[in-house]
Design a protein around this ligand. Structure first.
Ligand SMILES: [Zn+2]
Length: 407
């Protein structure tokens, strides 16, 4: 797993002893994001709980700018919150917000009120962050397995971000604008892909891709298929369908293993993104997925020209991080729907992803050589559950992407 995961640091929110009848402040707030987890100590020296801004900015998309006349701007996720030092107010979107206690300087550090982080940030980025007062935990949505959260309507807070373009279904998920996704059904025509029992990869890939298109459209996301029939599309004409107005590319596949001791025991879903820098010899899976090279037109074959290589490398690196995050979220959400769960996100040199100019992943939805996977993939209900899981993972990615880019 590339992002998040690992053991979560759990810190008991011990409250300081005192005669106050006010709700007691936690000793620390746990910040849990895909970049890591850390406990940030709460200060109460000014009579209200506050947090050191520099420690928050280690894990959160946050920075501070000094203004004039005692104002300081805290940029969070592209939104500007202006605090007047030592006053119980801040300004946001031309409105003055009153809080119990304000921001202040202490020993050269800026402290921001816990109330701001706990109430106003989750209200502003309602599908990206939440605060749990009982656990004193501020976390990215999707960090904890709450599968139903994605279908909850957004709360109607006064800080709701402006919703303009997104269709109603997308708005109900918290998406602020229209999104477009290209879904690629792997293989096709003379290229059957893998075979396991009576399961043929190209047919399953098309069936799953069609359901994924439906599930994305139900979520208000425009979804385009690279193929709708049993035809072979060259690699070079798959990922490039996702261009400037397209958010991401997802290629759907089914894995199978060759006969070897225990090969039927291997199952589960995997997600991959492209790492052009990976110089190792191709492994079995790469060879198999890339073996449709013989079906590709000559101009699609890989160039060894160093200039082409460098340009491609730079382009790929631009979306490496996004692709990794997308791969991890799809793995997490689709893995929950899968009888054999999911396996780790891996960087691979799949040729279909090499042509991507936007964030792109490849999903191996399971192993047709594994009995549970085969039963799951060959049932329409199984494929439907899988498509829902992949769509939910994509929605989670788009929500984060909107928050980080403020689009
Ligand atoms: Zn394949």
């Amino acid at each position: 797993m590339i992002w998040g995961g690992g053991a979560m640091l759990l810190v008991a929110a011990a409250a300081p002893a005192g005669p106050s009848t006010e709700p007691e402040a936690p000793a620390a707030v746990v910040i849990a994001t895909s970049r890591g987890t850390r406990a940030v100590p709460v200060s109460t020296e000014r009579g209200h709980p506050a947090l050191p801004a520099d420690e928050l900015s280690i894990l959160l998309p946050m920075s501070t700018r000094w203004g004039v006349d005692g104002w300081i701007t805290v940029d969070f996720g592209g939104q500007a919150f202006r605090f007047l030092l030592n006053a119980p107010i801040f300004e946001f979107r031309n409105r003055i917000i009153h809080v119990v206690g304000g921001a202040y300087m202490h020993r050269d550090s800026l402290f921001v009120p816990l109330q701001w982080l706990a109430e106003y940030v989750p209200r502003t980025f309602r599908e990206a962050y939440r605060y749990d007062p009982l656990a004193a935990r501020f976390e990215e949505v999707g960090m904890t397995p709450v599968a139903s959260r994605v279908s909850q309507p957004p709360s109607s807070g006064s800080f709701g971000a402006a919703v303009e373009d997104a269709p109603a279904a997308a708005r109900s998920l918290g998406l602020k604008r229209k999104h477009r996704v290209v879904v690629d059904a792997g293989h096709g025509g003379g290229d059957s892909g893998t075979l396991g029992g009576n399961l043929v990869e190209k047919n399953l890939a098309l069936a799953i891709s069609s359901l994924l298109q439906e599930e994305l459209e139900r979520r208000g996301i425009e979804a385009v298929l690279t193929r709708t029939t049993d035809v072979l599309i060259p690699w070079s004409r798959r990922a490039p369908r996702c261009r400037d107005d397209c958010d991401l590319f997802v290629s759907i596949h089914v894995n199978a293993l060759e006969r070897a001791p225990g090969y039927r025991n291997i199952g589960g879903l995997e997600t991959y993104f492209f790492d052009y820098r990976r110089q190792n010899a191709p492994d079995r899976l790469e060879q198999r997925e890339n073996s449709s090279l013989r079906y590709q037109p000559q101009e699609d074959r890989i160039s060894d020209d160093p200039v082409t290589t460098i340009l491609s490398d730079l382009e790929e690196n631009e979306y490496m991080r996004e692709s990794a995050q997308l791969a991890d979220l799809v793995r997490e959400y689709a893995g929950r729907a899968h009888p054999n769960g999911s396996r780790k996100v891996v960087q691979r040199n799949f040729q279909v992803l090499r042509w991507a100019t936007r964030p792109a992943i490849l999903v191996e939805t399971g192993y047709s050589t594994n009995r549970r996977d085969a039963e799951f993939l060959s049932s329409r209900e199984g494929r439907r559950r899988l498509a829902r899981g992949i769509a939910d993972g994509i929605v989670q990615y788009l929500l984060r992407y909107e928050t980080m880019t403020n689009q």
